[in-house]
Design a protein around this ligand. Sequence first.
Ligand SMILES: Cc1cc2nc3c(=O)[nH]c(=O)nc-3n(C[C@H](O)[C@H](O)[C@H](O)COP(=O)(O)O)c2cc1C
Length: 340
Amino acid sequence: MFGTALPAMPPAAYYADPSASRAGLIGLAPMEGVIDVTTRRLLSAQGGLDWVVTEFVRVVDQPLPPRVFHRLCPELAQGAATADGTPVQLQLLGSDPTAMAENARIAVGCGATALDINFGCPAKTVNRHGGGASMLKSPSDIHATVAAVCRAVPDTPVSAKLRLGFEDRQLALQCAAAAVQGGARWLTLHARTRKEGYRPPAHWEWIARIRHHVNVPIVANGDIWTLEDYWQARALSGCRNVMIGRGLLSDPLLAARIRHWQRTGEQLPTTQWAERAAVLRAFAEGLADDLPEKVVVSLIKQWLSLMRQHDTEAAERFVHLRTLRHTDDLLDALDGPATP
Ligand SMILES: Cc1cc2nc3c(=O)[nH]c(=O)nc-3n(C[C@H](O)[C@H](O)[C@H](O)COP(=O)(O)O)c2cc1C
């Protein structure tokens, strides 16, 4: 069970509710430039999330100052949990085992209670330096990196997040096995290659193949937008646990709705626009004190833009909201009719 696979995670939501753990855990996916501390707080407050993961801390070849870890993960100062107690896992990205190990030690010294290693980032700038998805070309490099991190922080659970491959899926099983042999306590699998980017479909059935090949829990990830997707991803991957990114930005209540379904078998109605707009408003309010208005406006638009991919109400509003420049105008328009 996941609970036993994550013994050192802080006591939090899923320990408090074993029935939820049995039903299957739900994690919030890391998303660089999108899922920051405010978003993590807001989304975990909607309920249904068992853990969240930070954007990646990029490791090159030097130890990073503690402030870098605290900036990306302010929750380190409060027991590595969000305000409502959801555990926060810190993600590292890098290809130099020595530097990764050193930075893992610093992260744990700063308060990290669980680490994840990114082997999925498709960004060219990252891949050029051998990090993220480019590591999927070399299972032995994955092994070396995970093993170095695990050795450096033996009392801290370390997981790995992988795609199915770089160009193709030929090394999918080897990469997963390498991460596990290196000491990863669980794997999160984004069911696409780097070449496939974010294009549907996610190949959940490939997760099932990998699951049979390794002996640690697997978290299925990719393209879970609805309750139906959730069950299909579970059925095809055979995984109990999932991680959701864009689906939770599109419908911030998705995890809560899945949890309700797990517990009662009852499907809650689709999340109303007013509920989505309330989350965007809270997001704007959460950012307003710390960031210039221009940045707040662009972050609200970024979230709305992700929402619109699966939500016609958001799509209709995005058309006229995209030209607005002031937070108040944006928030008024969010509360107003879809077509003014
Ligand atoms: C804008 C954006 C940023 C992302 N940043 C990260 C990241 O920092 N670390 C990581 O492991 N994955 C990152 N991902 C991948 C997601 O965690 C996730 O694997 C992917 O979006 C598929 O899941 P989803 O369909 O539920 O969104 C990012 C994805 C997007 C769209």
